[in-house]
Ligand binder design. Sequence first.
Ligand code: NDP
Length: 286
Amino acid sequence: MTAQILDGKALAARVRAEVARDVLALNQKGVEVTLAVVLVGDDPASQVYVRNKVKACAETHIRSLEFRMPAETTQQELLAKIAELNADDAVDGILVQLPLPSQISSAAVIAAIDPAKDVDGFHTRNAGALMTGSQTLVPCTPMGVMRLIEDAGVNPAGKTAVVVGRSNIVGKPMAMLLLHAHATVTVAHSKTPDLASVTKNADILVAAVGRARLITADMVKEGAVVIDVGMNRDENGRLCGDVDFDSVKEKAGSITPVPGGVGPMTIAMLMCNTVLAAKHRRGLSL
Ligand code: NDP
């Protein structure tokens, strides 16, 4: 059996079209939706991410404000910029591109962002709201994964889900969303002794590790939904995921490719969160 390929690029385009319609409707009510993107330093990957985010804003009629700060920016200078954006009533969402230069604490920066404008969903107030199942801004990558699973026609309720990776930005919120969707969730990580024995139980397997092709066919249950969050460079410098796509696609029921799977969904969900923040701040219906 060859797996159904879950086309994140196509789904992301559909989501962006929905967002664009939503934004135009807001514009007609006199509401402009604005995302502020802050990039510190000149990390090439971060520059690409920021470029793609700004491009997605243009496509969805969201106004983007780009702030590029030099690599030697101090934490105080960045916090001052965030305070300015928090206070600016025209700004609905604030995104500080990570990673930050070593002199700046990303935790301090995330904590400084107004939770109502925290479109990455990283603030502890939003993380706590996610944990307790309250309405909140949810991190974009796990939210994109949930849309992909839904679009594949899979209902997580009653299924066994395994998330490999426990970061605050992907693994933990991913596990929480699957739990809210009534899956039975296991979270594996670098201290999990026999990873294959855990992943083999998964009806839904999400790999968010950062190790090229860690997940091989022998670690996957026949017919599983396999979602590959990883973005790695292989030995030839080519972009690849955490899943050995070529072998796993012969065993899985459905699978996301890298590129063209989770990546585009992450950016589309950022657009959704920006609109959500804009509506919520203005007391408009969600
Ligand atoms: P982190 O490095 O923060 O977390 C990686 C997690 O994987 C950790 O929990 C770590 O365990 C675990 N891990 C590491 N090695 C192993 C192993 N051999 N077996 C099992 N678990 C292991 O990464 P992120 O969560 O930020 O990102 C994960 C991947 O997703 C990266 O490739 C990143 O580039 C990609 N990514 C992609 C996005 C997209 O839009 N497509 C967005 C965000 C990230 P421990 O906690 O024990 O150290």
